[in-house]
Design a protein around this ligand. Sequence first.
Ligand SMILES: Cc1cc2nc3c(=O)[nH]c(=O)nc-3n(C[C@H](O)[C@H](O)[C@H](O)COP(=O)(O)O)c2cc1C
Length: 231
Amino acid sequence: MNDTLTFVVMKDCKISRFTLYTKPALLYLRLSSPTFNLLQFMTVAPWRGAIAHALHRNRSLVYARYLQLATVRDNRPANRTVVFRGFIDDTDTLKFITDIRSEKVEQIQKIPWGEACWYFPNTREQFRLNGSLTLITKDDISFQQAYYSTWRDLSDAARLQFAWAHPGKPRANLEAFSPPQPDANKPLDNFCLLLLEPVKVDHLQLRGEPQNRTLYLHSAAGIWDIVEVNP
Ligand SMILES: Cc1cc2nc3c(=O)[nH]c(=O)nc-3n(C[C@H](O)[C@H](O)[C@H](O)COP(=O)(O)O)c2cc1C
């Protein structure tokens, strides 16, 4: 790891390891011990900066927030477009929303792994984010703040869709698509947060001669390794 410095320090009699990353251009500090959770604001993954940069440079394109999310259906791939709804606070976890009645939910309950493929047209770069998927419903204990705030932040039209007829079932009559407007403070039971926590990120930049491709791999020690590979 050319660009990585690793330190071992003692704190409260616990040994902790942290690593300084200097890629892609910014400094990142990755802490591997919960002892340091007070410093959580510094623990975002090194690829977060590249995504933040891409989002900023593509902010004029509404569809730059759409990405394809693949899951596994009966041992075969299943894929669909979803909207990126931001990160969970200062973590590496991407946030999406979905209807609990949609087919992807059952797929994720069986195999909680997926891969997002995200292309940014202005900057001509692709991110493939592979990781674990977690569904958050009203009944979950964790992520309730994100659950409610994400529902509140939706448009009326987006909230209404969670009261529509069952997705994927034979076409219902028109009345099934004219429900009363849901309360902005009371998520409907069908509303579900979907979280992707990447363990591998593959970043391909078409700009450049030759092109650049960087792999970010989350190691068992909780540290991100960064490897430059051929495009
Ligand atoms: C531009 C666009 C954005 C979409 N955003 C979402 C989304 O954020 N969440 C979602 O569940 N489905 C979204 N969909 C619909 C999905 O692509 C898919 O049709 C639906 O979720 C059912 O997929 P499933 O049967 O695999 O569960 C979107 C579709 C398009 C075309």
